[in-house]
Design a protein. Structure first.
Lengths: 116, 111
């Protein structure tokens, strides 16, 4: 039973299109994230939600809009796609520990977005 | 601006050798230092982690060494195996769920 699942796994689209990636976690965690991994494998945090509330919003173009309908889901919508958006997008979740520490991040398998 | 600096970018080690990957950070508010392992086509997965109140943590063949005064930490993989070939990321976070990753090290263990 997959802990963090994201769909689709592959996405090929034209410049200017709008696309969405969905993420669901069944771990009961209260925090979810979106990370972008570029061609050089660098993992950059984009957004973090805690109990449906936006906690971290890095310097990401406002074409990217996360939506968290409940604490088990965090979707990523991307408008007006550009060539530079091509990357692997990872969803992750974690549980904040009692002492306030960040717990282990559990990652999905990634969604590879290719913009032509 | 990268908050966690990782080196080397790539590493080739013979089977049975020791793999060493180094990381450095600036933000003294970081209080959790994990290492993640990523295989091709998969998401990163936690390998081992340390908090700044200890200087070393060992789990099997994997050891984290932590130097708080130097703001550096490293991963040692003893008796490296071909199955260890993967990309390794160091990371650091504060208590607000803000996990920052190093640039990654591509490890190849030759048989």
């Amino acid at each position: 039973d997959t802990a963090v699942s994201q769909t689709p796994k592959y996405l090929v689209t034209q410049m200017g299109n709008d696309k969405s990636i969905k993420c669901e976690q069944n771990l009961g965690h209260d925090t979810m994230y979106w990370y972008k991994q570029d061609s050089k494998k660098f993992l950059k945090i984009m957004f973090s939600y805690n109990n449906k509330e936006l906690i971290i919003n890095e310097t990401v173009p406002n074409r990217f809009s996360p939506k968290s309908p409940d604490k088990a889901h965090l979707n990523l919508h991307i408008n007006s796609l550009e060539l530079g958006d091509s990357a692997v997008y990872f969803c992750a979740s974690s549980q904040r520990l009692i002492q306030g520490y960040t717990g282990e991040l559990f990652f999905g398998e990634g969604s590879r977005l290719t913009v032509l | 601006q990268q908050q966690v600096k990782q080196s080397p970018q790539s590493l080739i080690v013979q089977k049975g050798g020791i793999s060493i990957i180094n990381c450095a950070y600036e933000n003294t508010a970081f209080d959790y230092f994990p290492w993640y392992q990523q295989f091709p086509g998969k998401g990163p997965a936690l390998l081992i982690a340390i908090r700044p109140d200890v200087s070393e943590k060992k789990e099997g063949r994997f050891t984290i060494s932590f130097n708080k005064s130097a703001k550096q930490f490293s991963l040692h993989i003893m008796d490296s195996q071909p199955g260890d070939s993967a990309t390794y990321f160091c990371a650091a976070s504060t208590g607000n769920n803000d996990m920052r990753f190093g640039a990654g090290t591509r490890l190849t263990v030759k048989p």
